[in-house]
Design a protein around this ligand. Sequence first.
Ligand SMILES: NC(=O)N[C@@H](CC(=O)O)C(=O)O
Ligand SMILES: [Zn+2]
Ligand SMILES: [Zn+2]
Length: 427
Amino acid sequence: MTLLLKGVRPYGEDAVDLLVSDGVIAAIGADLSTTAETIDATGLVLLPGLVDLHTHLREPGREDTETVLTGSRAAALGGYTAVHAMANTDPVADTAGVVEQVWRLGHDAGLVDVVPVGAVTVGLAGERLAELGAMADSAARVRVFSDDGKCVSDPALMRRALEYVKALDGVVAQHAEEPRLTVGAQMHEGERSARLGLTGWPAVAEEAIIARDVLLAEHVGARLHVCHVSTAGSVELIRWAKSRGVQVTAEVTPHHLLLTDAQAEGYDATFKVNPPLRTAEDVAALRAGLADGTIDAVATDHAPHAGEDKECEWSAARPGMLGLEQALSVVVDTMVETGLLTWREVADRMSVRPAQIGRLEHQGRPIAVGEPANLVLVDPGARAVVDPAALASKSRNSPYAGRELPARVVHTLLRGELSVLDGKVQK
Ligand SMILES: NC(=O)N[C@@H](CC(=O)O)C(=O)O
Ligand SMILES: [Zn+2]
Ligand SMILES: [Zn+2]
C-alpha cells in the first residue's frame, strides 16, 4: 500500500510531502506526486506514533471495563502506535502463557502494538519472583516488568528482581508506594485531606521507595523505571540519582501534569487515583522535571473502571482514570502552549524515550526515509470539549469531562496502514 501525505509539518517545523510505501517512509520532499491515495494534510503536525509505557487494558478478567480491542481503539485515537499493557489483570500476567495471550489479542486487533508488561512477583503478591526469563523469551518478548497497582515493597525481593532484569536487558517499573504509610489512604495528605476528612496519602510514601530503589539500582547496576511520579520531592530524588549516573528513568501522567488535589472538593470519585492528585507546587515541579528531562516520559496510566466502582462513595471507589484519548491534548495544554516543550520534545517524551525504555526497536524512530511509518498527524489549532460518552474506551471515568482541550489527532498510521483516518478508528 502507498499513501502520500501532502503538506505535513514534521515536529511542527517546515511543511513537506511524505510518501509512505510498504510500511516505511519512502520519500520526503517538496511537491511529491503519486498515482496512489493522497491525503491533504496541510498544516498538520507530524510526529512519530506515540508509545505508552503504562496502560491498563483489563483483559483477561474485566472485559466489561476494557478489552485489548477497545483499549487499542482508544490508543489509536489518541495517536499511539504502541502501548505497554500492565500486568494487573485476572489472571495476572505472570507467566509466558498469559503474556503471549495478551500479545496475540493485540496482534489480532491490529491497531497498535500491544506490548505486555510481565509481573515481577507471582500473582502480584510480593512474595516470590515470577518467571521473568520465560516471559522475556516468549513471543511477547517482555522487557518491562512491573507489579503496578502494588509496590514491590520487600527490598530483598526488589534487589533480586533488579538482578534478574539486568541479565534480560529489562527494567523494573516500580509503583512507588510504601504500603505501611498508605493504609486506608484516599487522597493527598495535606491541609485539604484533613478538612475533607479523608485519610491522607503522604508524599513521603512515594519518595521513600524511590530513594531506596535508586540506591538498589545503583548497587546492582540495573535499570529502574519509576511509574507515575507525583511529587516535587520525587523529581528532586530522580534528578540527584541521574547526576550520580544511576540508570533510572521516570514517567509522569497527563493528569498529574494538569490536575490538583482541589479536585477532591466535590467528592467526585472520578478524581480518585493512585498516586493521588497533588498540590499546585507539585504540578509545577513535574512540568519543570519533564521539560528539563529529569522525567523521561509521559505515560497515561489509562485505568478504566466500571460505573459501579466510580459512581459511589469516595472511600469505596477504585482508584484510576482514563487517559489514552486525551493524553496528547493535555500535554499540548500544559507543556506546549505554556512554552515548556517544543513539538520535537513532545515526540521525545511521548514516543522516542518510552520506546527506548521499553526496548521497542521499531517505534519512536526518526521521521526519515527508510524508517517504519508509525506516525501521528495532529491538528494543533483544533479545540474540543471532552464528552465521555463519545470515547472509544469501554469505561467512562474521564477526569477531563466537560473540559476544553487543544489539539486533535486527525490520522494515525501503524506500519503505513491508517489505524485512524480523519478522527475515525478504522477497525
Ligand atoms: N492508577 C490507579 O489508580 N489505578 C491503577 C493501578 C495503578 O496504576 O497503580 C489501576 O489498575 O486501576
Ligand atoms: Zn501504579
Ligand atoms: Zn497503573
